[in-house]
Write a protein that binds this ligand. Structure first.
Ligand SMILES: [Cu+2]
Length: 219
């Protein structure tokens, strides 16, 4: 009896030790679909604390290339404060810019890899364009959390998160009406949470149907 009790206590302590030594304690599974219930690719999902201090920053090197007169990838999600490099891997020059309030910048006519990355210091949606090629556009979604993911064709993502206080998840897609960031609280059971987002999008917008941003005359 004593042995069993001790063993049991040991097992609990051992598991607790493993649990605590992991940087992540819980996992969130998210399914994103469009208005017709079809899996939605290129949706961004991110997890935020409901109150209290923001999550710490995790810096990761980010690149958005220009290739075949397109930006790649179309959608990039980054944490506030991240540095993004925009290498031009085409033989033609590009002049890239954003006039989105979250980040106004331009990199004038250049080829190759710019010496300096661009720092994105405010959360929000940044729409990239090219002053030479109107068909070029891309989205950078800047979030104030290191816990984010982008859906693939299955519309499904897993995000590992620390289990600290109340958390909620948000979703975003470039075809959503401006300013819409659907939000849901996360309810954990055995360190697992599942959330479904049905976004207010009639059908995933074909890339060619999305209008490229144009540079305003007073920019
Ligand atoms: Cu261009």
């Amino acid at each position: 009896m004593t042995f069993n009790f001790s063993f049991c206590r040991f097992a609990i302590l051992f598991s607790a030790g493993l649990f605590c030594s992991s940087p992540y304690a819980a996992s969130v599974t998210v399914q994103v679909v469009d208005g017709a219930g079809q899996p939605l690719a290129d949706a961004v999902v991110y997890v935020l604390p409901e109150s209290g201090p923001a999550f710490p920053k995790q810096q990761r090197p980010i690149e958005i290339e220009q290739k075949n007169r397109q930006f790649s990838p179309l959608v990039t999600v980054i944490q506030v404060g991240s540095a993004v490099l925009f290498p031009n891997n085409d033989t033609v020059k590009h002049h890239i810019y954003s006039y989105s309030p979250a980040k106004i910048f331009e990199q004038k006519l250049y080829s190759g890899v710019p010496a300096k990355p661009v720092i994105f210091d405010k959360p929000g949606v940044v729409v990239l364009g090219c002053n030479i090629h109107d068909q070029m556009f891309a989205y950078i979604f800047v979030v104030d959390t290191p816990y984010f993911a982008k859906t693939d064709a299955t519309g499904r993502v897993n995000i590992d998160v620390p289990l600290s206080g109340k958390l909620h998840a948000r979703a975003w897609h470039f075809s959503l009406p401006a300013g819409e960031f659907p939000d849901q609280p996360l309810i954990f059971k055995n360190a697992q949470a599942m959330v479904n987002f049905k976004l207010n999008i009639k059908a995933p917008a074909a890339k060619s149907n999305v209008k490229a941003p144009s540079m305003p005359a007073d920019y």
